[in-house]
Design a protein around this ligand. Structure first.
Ligand code: SAM
Length: 274
């Protein structure tokens, strides 16, 4: 039987975000590889401004390490920011990063589940949910919560990736026999992806626009790809799981060491409180 999408297993998700370390290594490896595609965290404040978000309080839900929260703080469009995540470790990282840049003064961090936001109804000017709703087995419930907390005229920007993201890496892992089933494993983005973002957002919000941008990545060789692969919960690589050196050694033993290109579509839904 094929494994389920591990991004939907609450115990696995808790483990993935128990510390900020895995997410940092994953994001750094991807950023080093990126050859085309906008800086998503930088694009979000611009999209909110262009959509006419009022200037009150903004929520960054599933804030992770606070990369978007920092951009929202720097843009200074909002009077108050609330960064929400279910992981205490990632909230601590967000707080540290905000304090280090002296941008933390008007930002609160709150540990909560985005299916049940501890926020009064109709009080929020803007909600951002970037690369997190694919962790929900029922993202429409999170969208309903976003709709509940947004004040009339409030704007939401939801962001996700395509189902086919990084397919060339699945192929690499399968060809190297690290995980022969790699190309058949479910996408990590099954419940909220580029093809479903508009319909799911429309279950609770008025969709103003949906944007898609193809991001292309070029990993320098096996060592670079291995750093990223070691952070992926998608594969079952036995003893090599989580070990970049073991993954690089296995790749080198079976395939010529050369750069590998892969891609992912990043999709944004810009929506208004109905
Ligand atoms: C890939 S990170 C995204 C971080 C950030 N938004 C960004 O764009 O860099 C996904 C985040 O979603 C959080 N998350 C997952 N399920 C959640 C839930 N049910 N409620 C709140 N946060 C959740 C995780 O703890 C993690 O920090």
């Amino acid at each position: 039987m094929m494994a389920k999408d591990v991004f939907l297993d609450p115990v696995a998700v808790q483990d993935l975000y128990r510390s900020a370390d895995r997410l940092s290594r994953r994001t750094d490896a991807l950023h080093q590889a990126k050859i085309t595609g906008s800086d998503v965290a930088a694009a979000i404040p611009t999209l909110l401004r262009q959509a006419g978000a009022p200037h009150g309080t903004a929520l960054d839900i599933g804030c992770g390490r606070g990369t978007t929260t920092l951009r929202l703080a720097t843009a200074a469009t909002f009077v108050r920011l609330v960064a929400i995540d279910v992981s205490p470790a990632l909230l601590a990282t967000t707080r540290r990063r905000l304090q280090a840049t002296a941008l933390g003064a008007s930002t609160t961090t709150v540990c909560a589940d985005f299916h049940c936001l501890p926020i009064r109804s109709q009080t929020i000017s803007a909600v951002v949910a970037a690369f997190c709703l694919y962790h929900s087995p029922r993202p429409a419930t999170a969208v309903a919560e976003i709709a509940r907390v947004l004040a009339p005229g409030g704007i939401a920007v939801l962001v996700t990736k395509s189902l086919d993201s990084y397919a060339e890496l699945d192929d690499l892992v399968a060809r190297a026999e690290l995980d022969p089933q790699a190309t058949r494993r479910p996408s990590l983005y099954e419940t909220f992806h580029s093809a479903s973002i508009a319909a799911i957002t429309a279950t609770g919000l008025s969709v103003l626009d949906v944007l898609h941008e193809r991001h292309v990545f070029r990993f320098a060789g096996h060592a670079h790809a291995a750093v990223y692969l070691a952070t992926s919960p998608k594969y079952q690589m036995g003893a090599a799981n989580g070990d970049p050196d073991a993954i690089a050694t296995a790749l080198r033993s079976r395939l010529p060491d050369r750069p590998i290109e892969t891609a992912s579509t990043v999709s944004y839904a810009i929506a208004r409180c109905p």
